[in-house]
Design a binder for this molecule. Structure first.
Ligand code: ASP
Ligand code: MG
Length: 409
């Protein structure tokens, strides 16, 4: 007997037929003699609709009430799935965040999980009852409903798997696993059988949408055995594992891209010690996440241009912070560009293999694509390019690193 946590995303529970399909999958695990806790998202589109209603009331609505509203989508799915299972003769009940309880901090709309008390749930699981858990939600220190940020059900599932010491955490979604790149852009993209936690973390944070980044970090930290698989086809998905579980490691495992970046250039910044701190300190204080940074060479007048990227959603905030620094910094001006994409190649193999960045730069040069900013980590090289070149760049890189599927004959 194993203890399994499963998570079904919004498209997997989009209507009653799909909820029935999910119930059949749950039942299969139960029939195999396993203890099952199933985390559900809201039905596809529901959270967007709920959030839109809140926004329509006003941009500065009470975050606690907004959480009360947007968390409700998961409550509906949890109840429906529990009922569906009962009609199939499976003992099941729904669990809301506060009923578990799954405790979070008080940061409404992007709360962090603090503790999950599992005694009660384990007792129910032990009696053969399936736990249907509303994902995305918890209870804050003041007893109010909190939510974990968009896509947060992935994190609910991984955290629950860790707390329940589950043997597996299966994330069911509408694709068959993690792909070498976005199959909508590159038809030759292939499903990855095994990927390391570190690679998955980079892929998710660099724009691959298949898992919420935070859930991967949590899985890595707690060694949760994570599998991403389709709720519509019966195929093994992608296993997220430790590096030593991967026999033949490719140099580059995948290519991610994110159009959610904006580029800011500060012109004519004085080139003296402390300047970077005086720019990035106030940005950090305003909760603006800065990603890539380049400082250009000094002009003759001892001034320089500083280019960096921030999330598009943070651009307005960043620009107003920079506006406020004008007198202190004495720079000549600020330029913002939103039509940019960050393209990243990711692979743990590049730790031991030189030349990965060179291949990337040559491939992009061959296609006449200008690189605007570069950043690297041990297992990733990212470049910022003009947004119009996204597809061309991703396709060319996918081929250059030998990731294209073998043509079938
Ligand atoms: N329903 C929430 C969202 O759409 C959480 C989730 O699906 O993971 O963001
Ligand atoms: Mg999701």
């Amino acid at each position: 007997m194993a203890r399994i946590v499963q998570k079904f995303g919004g498209t997997s529970v989009a209507d009653l037929d799909r909820i029935r399909n999910v119930a059949e999958r749950v039942k299969r695990e139960v029939d195999a003699g396993n203890q099952v806790a199933t985390v559900v998202s809201a039905m596809a589109g529901t959270t967007n609709q709920l959030a839109a209603w809140c926004q329509e009331i006003g941009p500065l609505v009470d975050a606690r009430e907004q959480d009360a509203v947007v968390a409700s989508g998961e409550q509906i799915t949890a109840g429906l799935l529990a009922m569906m299972l009962q009609t199939m003769g499976v003992n099941a009940r729904s669990w809301l965040g506060w009923q578990i309880p799954l405790r979070t901090d008080g940061t409404h709309s992007k709360a962090r999980i603090e503790t999950i008390e599992t005694d009660d749930m384990i007792a129910h699981l032990g009696k053969g009852q399936v736990a249907i858990v509303a994902g995305f939600q918890g209870i804050g220190p003041n007893g109010r409903i909190t939510t974990l940020g968009r896509g947060g059900s992935d994190t609910s599932a991984v955290a629950l798997a860790a707390a329940l010491d589950a043997d597996r955490c299966d994330i069911y979604t509408d694709v068959e696993g993690v792909y070498t790149t976005d199959p909508r852009i590159v038809s030759g993209a292939t499903k990855i059988d095994r990927i390391t936690y570190e690679e998955m973390l980079e892929m998710a944070s660099q724009g691959a949408k298949v898992l919420q980044t935070r859930s991967v970090a949590m899985a890595m930290q707690h060694h949760v055995r994570l599998q991403v698989l389709s709720s519509f086809v019966d195929q093994p998905g992608t296993l997220v594992v430790d590096e030593d579980e991967i026999v033949e490691q490719k140099i580059v495992s995948g290519i991610a891209y994110s159009p959610d970046e904006a580029k800011i250039t500060l012109l004519g910044v004085p080139d003296r010690p402390g300047v970077a701190a005086s720019i990035f300190g106030p940005l950090a204080d305003a909760a603006v996440n800065v990603d890539m940074i380049v400082q250009n060479i000094s002009h003759e007048d001892q001034s320089t241009d500083m280019t960096f990227t921030v999330g598009k959603a943070d651009l307005d905030r960043a620009m107003s912070v920079l506006d406020g620094l004008k007198d202190e910094l004495g720079h000549d001006g600020v330029q913002a560009e939103t039509n940019v994409t960050k393209v990243s190649v990711v692979g743990v193999g590049m730790r031991s293999q030189p030349g990965v960045a060179k291949t990337m730069f040559e491939t992009l040069a061959d296609k006449g694509i200008n690189i605007e900013v570069i950043s690297t980590s041990e297992i990733k090289v990212s470049v910022l390019i003009g947004g119009d070149y996204t597809e061309l760049a991703v396709r060319a890189l996918h081929t250059a690193y030998g990731l294209d599927a073998e043509p079938s004959d």
